[in-house]
Design a protein around this ligand. Structure first.
Ligand SMILES: [Fe+2]
Ligand SMILES: [Fe+2]
Length: 340
């Protein structure tokens, strides 16, 4: 069985494809001629590419299923401006025939380094209640620590790769630290930090991320905002039950504010928040979350764009074309660049 030598990002029009991929999406459809065919999305650590199976559909229908590793022989072609693999042959691979890390995108940053940075931020917290809570969740709970080093921040859209959630949280905490310094005493820095740490913590269980990222049943039924609030509630009760962990009973108002930061971080009722931000810390956490996720999403979109020249293809999500700066040109000279 040939190893992974071809990657989704590198495939070009008319390339012969002979390589394993992970199936991200698979659906049957019927063509205008009444014949069934399959729509697929294949993925590996470099990105995704669409695929079509026109022949032997019944044979492949049970094999090219989501989460399957498959070896593909076929041809890459560009159809209506989009690359797709027309699959000639497909064979399901066993787990021991593949190297899982070739198929799942991961953060460019080291999980251990990110995690120490996170604990570094926790160590600067002043309020003993807030700090004990942060330590109980982020330092002392082995299951959370393990998940935090692996979880993506989303199924798609932003930080949608291994360790993406931790990258997002650490990035946000850096920004929140600056803003706490900038705005000074009107802002409770410890509360702001807890908002950064915990706003998406429910995603550790809202998403399943061993293979293709998807929502769990708990994620679909409850969602990461309420799941985060439940976690905070449970951790505070556990802390209160352990003698000596807290200097007293956890202040009720602080508890409510921490929960509010989580519940309000989507900013609006129609974006899934049951409460709009009703304190400055909640407003800042919401806006920094929005900023950090958009910067990551647009940066990734620009990086993965394959359109020649200075402008990306149309981003359906943001309904605009983006300008590609020099770092995104990958050695390709801009047609508009002045000649020297
Ligand atoms: Fe969120
Ligand atoms: Fe977030």
């Amino acid at each position: 069985m040939p190893n992974k030598t071809q990657y989704a990002k590198d495939l070009k029009d008319k390339d012969t494809v002979n390589s394993p991929f992970l199936v991200k999406f698979s659906a049957m459809a019927v063509g205008k001629n009444g014949k069934p065919f399959m729509n697929l999305i294949f993925m590996d650590k470099t990105g995704e590419i669409e695929g079509k199976i026109w022949e032997d559909v019944n044979r492949y229908a049970g094999q090219a299923v989501r989460d399957a590793f498959v070896h593909i022989e076929g041809r890459c072609q560009v159809y209506q401006g989009r690359r797709q693999i027309v699959v000639g042959r497909l064979q399901v691979l066993r787990e021991d025939e593949i190297e899982p890390k070739d198929y799942l995108a991961e953060s460019a940053l080291d999980p251990e380094a990110l995690y120490s940075e996170l604990l570094g931020h926790v160590a600067t917290m002043k309020d003993p209640f807030c700090r004990a809570l942060a330590e109980a969740v982020l330092r002392d709970d082995a299951d959370i620590v393990d998940r935090l080093k692996r979880a993506p921040a989303a199924k798609s859209v932003h930080h949608a790769y291994k360790t993406g959630l931790l990258e997002h949280v650490v990035s946000m905490t850096g920004i929140l630290d600056h803003l706490a310094g900038h705005y000074g005493k009107v802002i409770d820095r410890d509360l702001l930090f807890l908002g950064g740490f915990f706003h998406d913590i429910g995603k550790l269980w809202e998403l399943a991320y061993d293979r293709v990222t998807d929502y769990t049943t708990e994620g679909k039924l409850i969602g990461h905002l309420v799941m985060g609030v439940e976690l905070v509630d449970r951790k505070i009760r556990e802390l209160e039950a352990q003698p000596g962990r807290l200097p007293g009973v956890f202040p009720e108002e602080k508890k409510l504010l921490i929960k509010h930061l989580i519940l309000a971080h989507h900013g609006q009722l129609d974006y899934g928040s049951p409460k709009r931000p009703k304190c400055l810390e909640a407003l800042i956490v919401h806006m920094v979350d929005d900023l950090d996720s958009k910067v990551n999403a647009i940066r990734t979109f620009i990086e993965q764009d394959q359109t020649p020249g200075r402008w990306t293809a149309l981003s359906r999500q943001y309904e605009r074309y983006f300008f590609k700066p020099d770092w995104a040109m990958g050695g390709q000279e801009s047609p508009e660049a002045p000649r020297s």
